[in-house]
Design a protein. Structure first.
Length: 265
């Protein structure tokens, strides 16, 4: 049985430099968006003093800080999209023999991104509108409105904190497993990925158990962790094209192009 070639998808691509630029841009996008989302969410959390959380308190906060609320939601959605893009970028770096496992990771990430965008957009638009309706009634917020807002909040927390975090974590663990076996990148890169994706799964588990404050803290830490591993992975991909395997693959493509231009084919 012939052994599978130890060449990454990035190095064996018809245009490796173009793919390389995509990977670099994806890692930068992920790092910046996760830092921005974490900072604005921490600021919002402290501004609203949500350590003592209640639906009524959140409904009072949103109308008074509507721009901050919607900016936070937009940046969180952007960071979710960047996580999907980052996992897609990792697909370009790993060897072709891991295509199935990486495909599973991408599938997890796509579903997670859909769940996350659904939950956060509902909080950004629907929850904000209900809070504004409650603010119009200066005397007291109707109990039915509070219950409706609470149901929206529960759905969004379930989709974003529990489902999306778990699926992103599983997708990241698939990538980490590939990184432990690859010979293109250093194995220690996998050990940088592992704790971050485990934090995502821990965020999901604590949400399921009802420890929402713990889930929020874990989510903040995990997002900062993703920004760090995105930056590290972006630097590590430079080694892919500089490796002998990458240069050999690039030479093969150049030779094929020269033969095609000379009319050999």
């Amino acid at each position: 049985m012939t052994e599978a070639p130890k060449t990454s998808a990035l190095a064996s691509a018809p245009s490796p430099m173009r793919r390389h630029r995509f990977v670099q841009a994806a890692c930068l996008f992920s790092a910046v968006s996760h830092v921005a989302a974490t900072l604005i969410c921490v600021y919002t959390f402290r501004e609203g003093n949500f350590a003592y959380f209640s639906p009524q308190k959140l409904m009072q906060f949103v109308p008074e800080h509507l721009l901050l609320w919607r900016s936070s939601c937009l940046l969180v959605m952007l960071s979710s999209i960047s996580t999907l893009v980052f996992i897609l970028a990792m697909r370009e770096v790993l060897e072709e023999k891991y295509r199935f496992l990486v495909g599973v990771a991408v599938l997890f990430a796509v579903v997670a991104c859909g769940q996350d965008l659904s939950g956060i957009s509902r909080m950004m638009v629907l929850f904000a509108d209900i809070s504004l309706q409650g603010a119009l009634n200066a005397i007291s917020v109707p109990q039915s409105l509070v219950q409706f807002a609470w149901s929206i909040l529960n759905q969004s927390i379930t989709e974003s904190f529990m489902l999306a975090s778990f699926l992103y974590g599983m997708g990241g663990l698939c990538i980490s497993l590939c990184l432990t076996r690859t010979r293109i990148l250093e194995t220690r890169l996998a050990f940088a990925h592992l704790p971050v994706w485990m934090l995502m799964i821990a965020c999901s588990v604590t949400t399921f158990l009802g420890y929402l404050p713990v889930s929020v803290v874990l989510s903040f830490i995990a997002n900062l962790g993703i920004s760090i591993i995105s930056a590290i992975s972006g630097v590590a991909t430079d080694a892919v094209l500089k490796s002998p395997l990458a240069r050999d693959a690039d030479d093969i493509h150049k030779s094929l192009d020269e033969m095609e231009n000379s009319g050999f084919f």
